[in-house]
Write a protein that binds this ligand. Structure first.
Ligand SMILES: *[C@@H]1O[C@H](CO)[C@@H](O)[C@H](O)[C@H]1NC(C)=O
Ligand SMILES: *[C@@H]1O[C@H](CO)[C@@H](O)[C@H](O)[C@H]1NC(C)=O
Ligand SMILES: *[C@@H]1O[C@H](CO)[C@@H](O)[C@H](O)[C@H]1NC(C)=O
Ligand SMILES: *[C@@H]1O[C@H](CO)[C@@H](O)[C@H](O)[C@H]1NC(C)=O
Ligand SMILES: *[C@@H]1O[C@H](CO)[C@@H](O)[C@H](O)[C@H]1NC(C)=O
Ligand SMILES: *[C@@H]1O[C@H](CO)[C@@H](O)[C@H](O)[C@H]1NC(C)=O
Length: 304
Protein backbone atom coordinates (compact mmCIF):
# COMPACT_ATOMS: atom_id res chain seq x y z
CA UNK A 1 0.00 0.00 0.00
CA UNK A 2 1.84 3.03 -1.28
CA UNK A 3 -0.62 5.73 -0.54
CA UNK A 4 -1.57 6.70 2.91
CA UNK A 5 -5.22 7.33 3.38
CA UNK A 6 -5.82 9.99 5.90
CA UNK A 7 -9.00 9.49 7.75
CA UNK A 8 -10.48 12.67 9.01
CA UNK A 9 -12.14 12.07 12.27
CA UNK A 10 -14.88 14.46 12.98
CA UNK A 11 -15.41 14.11 16.63
CA UNK A 12 -17.90 16.56 17.94
CA UNK A 13 -15.53 18.21 20.30
CA UNK A 14 -18.11 19.94 22.36
CA UNK A 15 -20.02 16.72 22.77
CA UNK A 16 -16.98 14.69 23.66
CA UNK A 17 -15.74 17.16 26.22
CA UNK A 18 -19.17 17.12 27.74
CA UNK A 19 -18.94 13.36 27.91
CA UNK A 20 -15.46 12.98 29.25
CA UNK A 21 -14.43 16.15 31.03
CA UNK A 22 -15.77 15.22 34.41
CA UNK A 23 -14.47 11.70 34.41
CA UNK A 24 -11.16 10.11 35.00
CA UNK A 25 -12.94 7.02 33.74
CA UNK A 26 -10.94 3.98 33.33
CA UNK A 27 -8.12 4.84 35.64
CA UNK A 28 -8.74 1.82 37.77
CA UNK A 29 -6.69 2.10 40.93
CA UNK A 30 -3.94 -0.50 40.98
CA UNK A 31 -0.95 -0.59 43.33
CA UNK A 32 -0.07 -4.27 43.64
CA UNK A 33 3.24 -5.38 42.16
CA UNK A 34 3.29 -8.24 39.68
CA UNK A 35 0.70 -9.50 37.26
CA UNK A 36 -2.76 -10.87 37.84
CA UNK A 37 -5.72 -12.03 35.83
CA UNK A 38 -8.66 -9.73 35.31
CA UNK A 39 -11.80 -9.59 33.19
CA UNK A 40 -13.42 -7.06 30.89
CA UNK A 41 -17.01 -7.17 29.68
CA UNK A 42 -17.45 -7.06 25.93
CA UNK A 43 -20.95 -6.66 24.50
CA UNK A 44 -20.53 -6.72 20.70
CA UNK A 45 -22.48 -4.17 18.70
CA UNK A 46 -23.15 -6.69 15.97
CA UNK A 47 -23.68 -10.41 15.93
CA UNK A 48 -20.26 -12.10 16.02
CA UNK A 49 -18.50 -15.34 16.90
CA UNK A 50 -16.09 -16.45 19.59
CA UNK A 51 -13.29 -16.73 17.04
CA UNK A 52 -13.75 -13.09 15.99
CA UNK A 53 -13.70 -12.11 19.65
CA UNK A 54 -10.46 -14.05 20.20
CA UNK A 55 -8.92 -12.21 17.26
CA UNK A 56 -10.15 -8.82 18.37
CA UNK A 57 -8.78 -9.23 21.89
CA UNK A 58 -5.59 -11.05 20.91
CA UNK A 59 -6.41 -14.17 22.91
CA UNK A 60 -4.69 -17.41 21.96
CA UNK A 61 -6.72 -20.07 23.70
CA UNK A 62 -10.42 -20.55 23.20
CA UNK A 63 -10.63 -22.36 26.54
CA UNK A 64 -9.61 -19.18 28.39
CA UNK A 65 -12.74 -17.46 27.11
CA UNK A 66 -14.88 -20.56 27.65
CA UNK A 67 -13.71 -20.74 31.27
CA UNK A 68 -14.30 -17.05 31.94
CA UNK A 69 -17.87 -17.47 30.75
CA UNK A 70 -18.42 -20.91 32.21
CA UNK A 71 -19.22 -22.26 28.75
CA UNK A 72 -18.78 -25.99 28.14
CA UNK A 73 -15.36 -27.03 26.87
CA UNK A 74 -17.03 -28.54 23.81
CA UNK A 75 -18.19 -25.08 22.61
CA UNK A 76 -16.82 -24.55 19.07
CA UNK A 77 -14.88 -21.50 17.93
CA UNK A 78 -17.62 -20.53 15.50
CA UNK A 79 -20.12 -20.30 18.38
CA UNK A 80 -22.40 -17.34 17.69
CA UNK A 81 -22.47 -14.42 20.08
CA UNK A 82 -25.56 -12.28 19.65
CA UNK A 83 -25.32 -8.49 19.63
CA UNK A 84 -25.38 -6.97 23.13
CA UNK A 85 -24.66 -10.29 24.83
CA UNK A 86 -21.81 -9.71 27.23
CA UNK A 87 -18.81 -11.99 27.00
CA UNK A 88 -16.22 -11.80 29.76
CA UNK A 89 -12.75 -11.41 28.29
CA UNK A 90 -9.87 -12.72 30.39
CA UNK A 91 -6.83 -10.44 30.37
CA UNK A 92 -3.49 -10.25 32.10
CA UNK A 93 -3.15 -7.09 34.20
CA UNK A 94 -0.22 -5.13 35.58
CA UNK A 95 -0.21 -2.07 37.80
CA UNK A 96 1.74 0.89 36.53
CA UNK A 97 1.95 4.31 38.13
CA UNK A 98 -1.09 3.65 40.30
CA UNK A 99 -3.36 2.37 37.57
CA UNK A 100 -3.97 -1.00 35.93
CA UNK A 101 -3.11 -1.68 32.31
CA UNK A 102 -3.63 -4.80 30.25
CA UNK A 103 -0.36 -6.57 29.92
CA UNK A 104 -0.79 -8.02 26.44
CA UNK A 105 -3.26 -5.53 24.97
CA UNK A 106 -5.18 -6.01 21.74
CA UNK A 107 -3.82 -4.26 18.67
CA UNK A 108 -6.46 -2.90 16.33
CA UNK A 109 -5.77 -2.04 12.70
CA UNK A 110 -7.67 1.07 11.61
CA UNK A 111 -10.20 0.47 8.83
CA UNK A 112 -11.94 2.78 6.42
CA UNK A 113 -14.39 5.18 8.08
CA UNK A 114 -13.10 4.39 11.57
CA UNK A 115 -12.87 7.12 14.15
CA UNK A 116 -11.23 6.77 17.54
CA UNK A 117 -14.61 7.29 19.13
CA UNK A 118 -16.15 4.53 17.01
CA UNK A 119 -13.29 2.16 17.74
CA UNK A 120 -13.67 2.72 21.48
CA UNK A 121 -17.44 2.78 21.74
CA UNK A 122 -18.49 0.34 19.03
CA UNK A 123 -15.68 -1.99 18.06
CA UNK A 124 -14.64 -2.41 21.72
CA UNK A 125 -18.14 -1.71 23.06
CA UNK A 126 -17.04 1.04 25.45
CA UNK A 127 -14.71 -1.05 27.55
CA UNK A 128 -12.03 1.47 26.63
CA UNK A 129 -12.64 5.24 26.37
CA UNK A 130 -11.20 6.88 23.28
CA UNK A 131 -9.00 9.30 25.27
CA UNK A 132 -7.14 6.27 26.60
CA UNK A 133 -6.41 5.10 23.06
CA UNK A 134 -5.10 8.58 22.28
CA UNK A 135 -2.81 8.49 25.32
CA UNK A 136 -1.60 4.92 24.86
CA UNK A 137 -0.66 5.53 21.24
CA UNK A 138 0.59 9.10 21.74
CA UNK A 139 -1.63 10.28 18.90
CA UNK A 140 -0.79 13.95 18.29
CA UNK A 141 -4.03 14.83 16.56
CA UNK A 142 -6.94 12.72 17.63
CA UNK A 143 -8.92 13.72 14.56
CA UNK A 144 -6.33 12.19 12.31
CA UNK A 145 -5.65 8.47 12.12
CA UNK A 146 -4.46 6.45 9.16
CA UNK A 147 -6.10 3.45 7.57
CA UNK A 148 -3.85 0.47 8.35
CA UNK A 149 -2.40 2.15 11.42
CA UNK A 150 -2.08 -0.20 14.37
CA UNK A 151 -3.49 1.01 17.65
CA UNK A 152 -2.77 -0.49 21.03
CA UNK A 153 -6.01 -0.77 22.98
CA UNK A 154 -5.35 -0.30 26.70
CA UNK A 155 -7.92 -2.22 28.70
CA UNK A 156 -8.69 -1.14 32.26
CA UNK A 157 -7.95 -3.52 35.11
CA UNK A 158 -6.62 -3.85 38.64
CA UNK A 159 -4.74 -6.36 40.78
CA UNK A 160 -5.57 -4.89 44.20
CA UNK A 161 -7.19 -6.78 47.04
CA UNK A 162 -10.41 -5.18 48.23
CA UNK A 163 -10.83 -4.92 52.00
CA UNK A 164 -8.37 -7.76 52.43
CA UNK A 165 -10.28 -10.02 50.04
CA UNK A 166 -8.68 -11.54 47.01
CA UNK A 167 -10.94 -10.58 44.13
CA UNK A 168 -10.93 -10.61 40.35
CA UNK A 169 -11.48 -7.12 38.96
CA UNK A 170 -14.06 -6.88 36.22
CA UNK A 171 -14.34 -3.88 33.90
CA UNK A 172 -18.09 -3.56 33.48
CA UNK A 173 -19.48 -1.12 30.92
CA UNK A 174 -22.27 0.80 32.64
CA UNK A 175 -25.66 0.54 30.91
CA UNK A 176 -27.82 3.62 30.87
CA UNK A 177 -30.39 3.42 33.63
CA UNK A 178 -28.32 1.29 35.95
CA UNK A 179 -27.37 2.39 39.45
CA UNK A 180 -24.55 1.55 41.82
CA UNK A 181 -27.07 -0.51 43.71
CA UNK A 182 -28.18 -2.51 40.68
CA UNK A 183 -24.59 -3.11 39.58
CA UNK A 184 -23.59 -4.20 43.08
CA UNK A 185 -26.50 -6.60 43.21
CA UNK A 186 -25.80 -8.03 39.77
CA UNK A 187 -22.18 -8.83 40.59
CA UNK A 188 -22.34 -9.85 44.23
CA UNK A 189 -20.65 -6.80 45.73
CA UNK A 190 -21.94 -3.75 47.60
CA UNK A 191 -22.51 -0.10 46.82
CA UNK A 192 -19.93 1.25 49.25
CA UNK A 193 -17.20 -0.92 47.78
CA UNK A 194 -18.05 0.29 44.27
CA UNK A 195 -18.03 3.91 45.44
CA UNK A 196 -14.74 3.51 47.21
CA UNK A 197 -12.71 1.75 44.54
CA UNK A 198 -14.09 3.91 41.73
CA UNK A 199 -14.05 7.21 43.64
CA UNK A 200 -17.69 7.72 42.82
CA UNK A 201 -19.82 9.69 45.26
CA UNK A 202 -23.23 8.66 43.98
CA UNK A 203 -25.25 7.61 40.94
CA UNK A 204 -24.95 11.04 39.34
CA UNK A 205 -21.25 10.28 38.81
CA UNK A 206 -21.99 6.98 37.12
CA UNK A 207 -21.58 7.41 33.37
CA UNK A 208 -23.32 5.17 30.89
CA UNK A 209 -21.15 3.47 28.30
CA UNK A 210 -18.00 3.79 30.39
CA UNK A 211 -16.24 1.07 32.33
CA UNK A 212 -16.49 0.79 36.09
CA UNK A 213 -14.31 -1.42 38.28
CA UNK A 214 -16.36 -4.23 39.80
CA UNK A 215 -14.59 -6.59 42.20
CA UNK A 216 -15.88 -10.14 41.74
CA UNK A 217 -15.70 -12.66 44.56
CA UNK A 218 -12.91 -15.06 43.74
CA UNK A 219 -11.42 -18.32 44.88
CA UNK A 220 -7.72 -18.75 45.46
CA UNK A 221 -5.59 -21.79 46.02
CA UNK A 222 -4.79 -22.95 49.48
CA UNK A 223 -1.79 -22.61 51.74
CA UNK A 224 1.33 -23.84 49.98
CA UNK A 225 3.23 -20.80 48.78
CA UNK A 226 5.57 -22.87 46.59
CA UNK A 227 2.74 -24.52 44.68
CA UNK A 228 2.31 -23.85 40.98
CA UNK A 229 -1.14 -22.44 41.36
CA UNK A 230 -0.15 -20.14 44.18
CA UNK A 231 -1.50 -16.68 43.45
CA UNK A 232 -4.09 -17.99 41.05
CA UNK A 233 -7.43 -16.26 41.47
CA UNK A 234 -10.53 -17.40 39.74
CA UNK A 235 -13.76 -15.42 39.70
CA UNK A 236 -16.91 -16.95 41.13
CA UNK A 237 -18.73 -19.08 38.60
CA UNK A 238 -15.78 -19.47 36.23
CA UNK A 239 -13.00 -21.98 35.59
CA UNK A 240 -9.40 -21.83 34.34
CA UNK A 241 -6.74 -24.23 33.22
CA UNK A 242 -3.43 -24.14 34.99
CA UNK A 243 -0.20 -26.11 35.42
CA UNK A 244 0.42 -26.63 31.68
CA UNK A 245 -3.28 -27.31 31.20
CA UNK A 246 -3.01 -30.34 33.45
CA UNK A 247 -5.45 -28.93 35.96
CA UNK A 248 -8.90 -27.47 35.58
CA UNK A 249 -9.72 -25.23 38.52
CA UNK A 250 -13.25 -24.07 39.24
CA UNK A 251 -14.61 -21.44 41.61
CA UNK A 252 -17.99 -21.95 43.21
CA UNK A 253 -17.69 -19.31 45.88
CA UNK A 254 -20.88 -20.24 47.67
CA UNK A 255 -19.66 -23.73 48.43
CA UNK A 256 -16.00 -22.85 49.04
CA UNK A 257 -13.63 -19.89 48.61
CA UNK A 258 -10.87 -22.40 47.89
CA UNK A 259 -10.27 -23.26 44.28
CA UNK A 260 -11.38 -26.75 43.33
CA UNK A 261 -8.93 -28.34 40.90
CA UNK A 262 -8.97 -31.61 39.08
CA UNK A 263 -6.63 -33.25 36.65
CA UNK A 264 -7.35 -33.03 32.95
CA UNK A 265 -6.00 -35.36 30.31
CA UNK A 266 -4.91 -32.58 27.99
CA UNK A 267 -1.11 -32.84 28.14
CA UNK A 268 -0.12 -35.50 30.59
CA UNK A 269 3.46 -35.72 29.34
CA UNK A 270 4.43 -32.27 30.57
CA UNK A 271 2.36 -32.21 33.72
CA UNK A 272 4.09 -31.16 36.92
CA UNK A 273 4.12 -33.28 40.00
CA UNK A 274 0.62 -32.98 41.44
CA UNK A 275 2.00 -32.51 44.93
CA UNK A 276 3.09 -29.08 43.72
CA UNK A 277 -0.48 -28.11 43.10
CA UNK A 278 -2.08 -26.97 46.28
CA UNK A 279 -5.74 -27.04 45.55
CA UNK A 280 -6.30 -30.42 44.02
CA UNK A 281 -9.29 -32.47 44.86
CA UNK A 282 -8.94 -36.22 45.03
CA UNK A 283 -5.74 -38.09 45.60
CA UNK A 284 -6.21 -41.15 43.43
CA UNK A 285 -4.77 -39.54 40.33
CA UNK A 286 -1.93 -37.91 42.15
CA UNK A 287 -1.00 -41.27 43.60
CA UNK A 288 -0.92 -42.87 40.15
CA UNK A 289 0.96 -39.95 38.76
CA UNK A 290 3.62 -39.83 41.42
CA UNK A 291 4.07 -43.58 41.13
CA UNK A 292 4.61 -43.43 37.40
CA UNK A 293 7.08 -40.57 37.70
CA UNK A 294 9.04 -42.53 40.22
CA UNK A 295 8.89 -45.68 38.14
CA UNK A 296 10.45 -44.13 35.05
CA UNK A 297 13.95 -43.64 36.53
CA UNK A 298 13.70 -47.13 37.96
CA UNK A 299 12.99 -48.59 34.53
CA UNK A 300 15.77 -46.59 32.96
CA UNK A 301 18.12 -47.87 35.60
CA UNK A 302 17.02 -51.48 35.17
CA UNK A 303 17.33 -51.48 31.39
CA UNK A 304 20.67 -49.77 31.12
C1 LIG B 1 -19.61 -24.41 13.22
O1 LIG B 1 -18.81 -25.32 12.51
C2 LIG B 1 -19.37 -26.65 12.43
C3 LIG B 1 -18.40 -27.56 11.68
O2 LIG B 1 -17.11 -27.06 11.71
C4 LIG B 1 -20.70 -26.58 11.71
O3 LIG B 1 -21.27 -27.88 11.68
C5 LIG B 1 -21.64 -25.64 12.42
O4 LIG B 1 -22.84 -25.50 11.69
C6 LIG B 1 -20.99 -24.27 12.55
N1 LIG B 1 -21.85 -23.41 13.37
C7 LIG B 1 -22.07 -22.13 13.08
C8 LIG B 1 -22.95 -21.38 14.04
O5 LIG B 1 -21.60 -21.60 12.10
C1 LIG C 1 2.12 8.97 36.81
O1 LIG C 1 0.88 9.57 37.16
C2 LIG C 1 0.96 10.97 37.42
C3 LIG C 1 -0.38 11.47 37.89
O2 LIG C 1 -1.35 10.47 37.90
C4 LIG C 1 1.41 11.69 36.16
O3 LIG C 1 1.52 13.05 36.41
C5 LIG C 1 2.75 11.13 35.72
O4 LIG C 1 3.13 11.70 34.49
C6 LIG C 1 2.67 9.61 35.54
N1 LIG C 1 3.98 9.08 35.26
C7 LIG C 1 4.20 8.22 34.28
C8 LIG C 1 5.60 7.73 34.12
O5 LIG C 1 3.31 7.82 33.52
C1 LIG D 1 -17.54 4.63 4.43
O1 LIG D 1 -18.43 5.70 4.37
C2 LIG D 1 -18.93 5.92 3.06
C3 LIG D 1 -19.75 7.20 3.08
O2 LIG D 1 -20.28 7.46 4.34
C4 LIG D 1 -19.75 4.71 2.62
O3 LIG D 1 -20.26 4.90 1.33
C5 LIG D 1 -18.84 3.49 2.64
O4 LIG D 1 -19.62 2.31 2.35
C6 LIG D 1 -18.19 3.32 3.99
N1 LIG D 1 -17.18 2.27 3.88
C7 LIG D 1 -17.12 1.26 4.74
C8 LIG D 1 -16.02 0.27 4.52
O5 LIG D 1 -17.89 1.12 5.68
C1 LIG E 1 -22.15 -3.51 12.49
O1 LIG E 1 -22.82 -3.82 11.30
C2 LIG E 1 -23.11 -2.68 10.50
C3 LIG E 1 -23.95 -3.14 9.33
O2 LIG E 1 -23.49 -4.33 8.81
C4 LIG E 1 -21.79 -2.05 10.05
O3 LIG E 1 -22.04 -0.88 9.29
C5 LIG E 1 -20.97 -1.66 11.27
O4 LIG E 1 -19.72 -1.18 10.88
C6 LIG E 1 -20.80 -2.85 12.20
N1 LIG E 1 -20.21 -2.39 13.43
C7 LIG E 1 -19.12 -2.95 13.94
C8 LIG E 1 -18.64 -2.37 15.22
O5 LIG E 1 -18.55 -3.89 13.43
C1 LIG F 1 -0.22 -3.69 11.66
O1 LIG F 1 -0.28 -5.01 12.17
C2 LIG F 1 -0.43 -5.99 11.13
C3 LIG F 1 -0.65 -7.33 11.78
O2 LIG F 1 0.26 -7.54 12.80
C4 LIG F 1 0.79 -5.95 10.23
O3 LIG F 1 0.65 -6.89 9.18
C5 LIG F 1 0.93 -4.55 9.64
O4 LIG F 1 2.11 -4.47 8.88
C6 LIG F 1 0.95 -3.50 10.73
N1 LIG F 1 0.89 -2.17 10.13
C7 LIG F 1 1.69 -1.19 10.45
C8 LIG F 1 1.46 0.11 9.75
O5 LIG F 1 2.59 -1.31 11.29
C1 LIG G 1 -21.48 -16.83 42.55
O1 LIG G 1 -21.95 -17.32 41.32
C2 LIG G 1 -23.23 -17.91 41.36
C3 LIG G 1 -23.57 -18.43 39.99
O2 LIG G 1 -22.50 -19.05 39.38
C4 LIG G 1 -24.25 -16.88 41.81
O3 LIG G 1 -25.51 -17.49 41.94
C5 LIG G 1 -23.82 -16.29 43.15
O4 LIG G 1 -24.71 -15.25 43.49
C6 LIG G 1 -22.42 -15.75 43.07
N1 LIG G 1 -22.00 -15.30 44.37
C7 LIG G 1 -21.33 -14.17 44.56
C8 LIG G 1 -21.01 -13.83 45.96
O5 LIG G 1 -20.96 -13.46 43.62
Amino acid sequence: MGCVNQVQILILLSLSSLFFSSSTAQNFKCNTPGKCSALVGYAPHNITSLSDILNLFNIKNLRDVLGANNLPLTTPKNYTVEAKNTIKIPISCRCSNGTGVSDNPPVYTVKKNDTLYLIASEVFSGVVVYKKIVEANKIPNENLIDIGQNLTIPLPCSCDDVDGDKVVHYAHVVQSGSTLKSIAKEFGTDEDTLKKINDIADDSKLFADQPIDVPLKACSSSIKSESLDNGLRVANGTYVFTANNCEKCTCDYASSPTLQCEQTQLKLATCPNPSNIASRIGSRWSFLFISSIHLIPLFLYLFQ
